[in-house]
Design a protein around this ligand. Sequence first.
Ligand SMILES: O=C(O)C1=C[C@@H](OP(=O)(O)O)[C@@H](O)[C@H](O)C1
Ligand SMILES: C=C(OP(=O)(O)O)C(=O)O
Length: 408
Amino acid sequence: MNLQLQTKNPHLKGTWQVTGSKSEANRLLILQALFPQVEIENLSNSDDSKVLQKALASLEEVIDIHHAGTAMRFLTAYFSIQEGRKTILTGSKRMQERPIKLLVDALKSLDAKIEYLNKEGYPPLAITGTKLTKHHVSLAANVSSQYISALMLIAPSLENGLEIQLNGEITSTPYILMTLSMLKTLGVEASFENNLIKIQPLQLHQKKKFVVESDWSSASYFYSLVALSNSAKIKINSYQKDSLQGDSSLVEFYKSLGVKTTFLENSIQLEKEASVQLPKTYRANLVSSPDLAQTIAVSCLGLGIGCELSGLHTLKIKETDRLVALHDEMTKLGAQVEVTNDSLKLYPCRNLKENSLIATYNDHRMAMAFAPLALKTTLTIEDAQVVSKSFPDFWEAMQHFHIQCKKV
Ligand SMILES: O=C(O)C1=C[C@@H](OP(=O)(O)O)[C@@H](O)[C@H](O)C1
Ligand SMILES: C=C(OP(=O)(O)O)C(=O)O
């Protein structure tokens, strides 16, 4: 389904209820499978959470998690400790190109039984669940924090707990801290100091309820809408100031792009501050917030300013190579863009081309990041249904804020 987007850039107002964070939800689903006393409220309705829920309820040998990176990584660890159970864990064509060797090596060093069914280092995996008793593992921390969270999530179920030594630079740190915080809330004794994570085993006896906060990565598209509008005052629910999600750094990132955030009770209000003097070149290091890169780059494009984004090395192994995808699609709109393996430079672009067809490469964030540009030009988003990976009612939200979406 291709959607042609256009609008007259009116005053944006209204309220939207954003679904629960898929990162929080997917951690809690794994914890609930290991500790049935866990109760979850405001679960995400994203495809990635649904696919994980289904996988955890399935008794089939073959489990297909489609495009869901966290489900792939977390389930690799989870099925490794399901004693006596054989599982073939697979995913979409792209998932079979997303590396998993560091996690598999770490689990194997703990005596897990995992084999590659196709290409060494990539899904699909054949896993035979076994009891893991070793309690020290080390792995490189600069490729994906999801490998580390996967190990952390099974750690309290291991007889001897787990010590995880992180080597090298750590990427996407807030996601590791999110996992740590959730374990602590569950009652696990856990620490993370000097690149060493220590997690004690847990026996849980009483119920524990978690309320999932709405998704801050999804909030980024509203920030971009407000930044690109002439005037806006909108509200999105359900958000708190003390978030577990690193992408709540949006509040700071968008200040200099003219978006003011006010925390209300259980929601945030976003207002356009037209008086803010925009920088000529916006600079940010996104090593802690990789999922914001596309939104921020496209906001800068729409605002007609340049940007220099660094810390982007993980973008190459996400739903698509996001650096190449951003380069190619922003270029279609008339921008001059340079990318390296870990950075993106956009030069100020005064005139956006009209009627471009934006390819999305099975990547929800390509579709969602480009949508707010409708406030500046008409454009068509290819395969617009990809948004359901994290934000199934995204297009309803856009229409609520006066972006006309026409099937073409
Ligand atoms: O743990 C998580 O929930 C996530 C971690 C990040 O991945 P990397 O650690 O691979 O950067 C992020 O990009 C992804 O969307 C969700
Ligand atoms: C990278 C993402 O997801 P995952 O790695 O879980 O597929 C994302 O949602 O942007």
